[in-house]
Design a protein around this ligand. Structure first.
Ligand SMILES: [Mg+2]
Length: 258
């Protein structure tokens, strides 16, 4: 695969996470299963904490709204035995996960569980081998580095703050999630450029998803599509119409910005 020269006007590299810096399997096979495997133990260990009680309260409020849904799993009333309530919460959480629901209540509990798991070293954020050396090289050349991922900014900071290569947060100038807009809409990339304080032409966006690359390109952003093991295969047309890389080290950075 040919190398790609970083366009001369680029001052900022914007990075996707899943399928770009990090294997898709990390989220699917590590992060999400962790919740199902550990939710009971987590609730037992943290039950007396205010934050845990708030998480349970939010799940109860969600459960009240969910009564009519197929297979609904209730959470026992507050007066019930603690172990019964915990089992009810576990069953409700697993039921929500089985339906792939993205309720705020579920996301909040997941976020707190992941934070505890990262902080205790049970989970470490995965990054491909070439990522850190390339980012350090670009940073040394004066390039600013930002993340744009559909995972929340908090989740992004955990992944890079507790990564297999240590705390990488100092590499990044900032983080964006979909509160700025969907990754497949051009407007999101214009807003990101505004936030950074540069023009869209000053940005190089790296992603594994060609619809995201297209949206960024339409906003004037430079793009490269990252092919990693385990990513969805690209069609011949997608391969023909995008600059492709399999490693960040294929991007040569000729310029020095001060
Ligand atoms: Mg991705």
């Amino acid at each position: 695969m040919a190398s790609l020269t970083m366009p001369a006007g680029v001052t900022t590299v914007l990075l996707d996470i899943e399928g770009t810096t990090t294997p898709i399997t990390f989220v699917k096979e590590i992060l999400f299963p962790y919740i199902e495997d550990n939710v009971k133990e987590y609730l037992q260990n943290h039950w007396e904490e205010k934050e845990c009680q708030e998480d349970v309260q939010l799940l109860r409020l969600q459960a009240e709204k969910d009564r009519e849904l197929n297979g609904f799993v209730p959470i026992p009333v507050n007066e019930a035995e603690v172990q019964k309530i915990i089992q009810g919460v576990v069953d409700n959480v697993n039921w929500q996960i089985s339906l792939d629901r993205k309720t705020t209540a579920l996301k909040q509990l997941q976020g707190h569980m992941w934070r505890a798991a990262y902080a205790s070293g049970q989970i470490k954020g995965e990054v491909y081998d070439d990522v850190v050396p390339a980012l350090r090289k670009w940073k040394e050349a004066g390039i600013k580095l930002y993340i744009f991922s559909s995972g929340s900014v908090e989740a992004q900071k955990l992944l890079f703050g507790y990564s297999i290569e240590g705390d990488l947060l100092e590499l990044f100038q900032g983080h964006f999630d979909t509160t700025v807009g969907p990754k497949v809409e051009s407007e999101s990339y214009r807003k990101i450029a505004d936030h950074i304080g540069c023009s869209t032409e000053n940005i190089l966006f790296l992603t594994d998803i060609t619809t995201e690359a297209k949206a960024a390109e339409e906003a004037g952003v430079n793009v490269a599509v990252v092919m990693r093991p385990g990513n969805a295969a690209l069609t011949d047309e997608e391969k023909a119409s995008n600059p492709l890389i399999t490693s960040f080290m294929q991007i040569t950075c000729m310029h020095k910005i001060n």
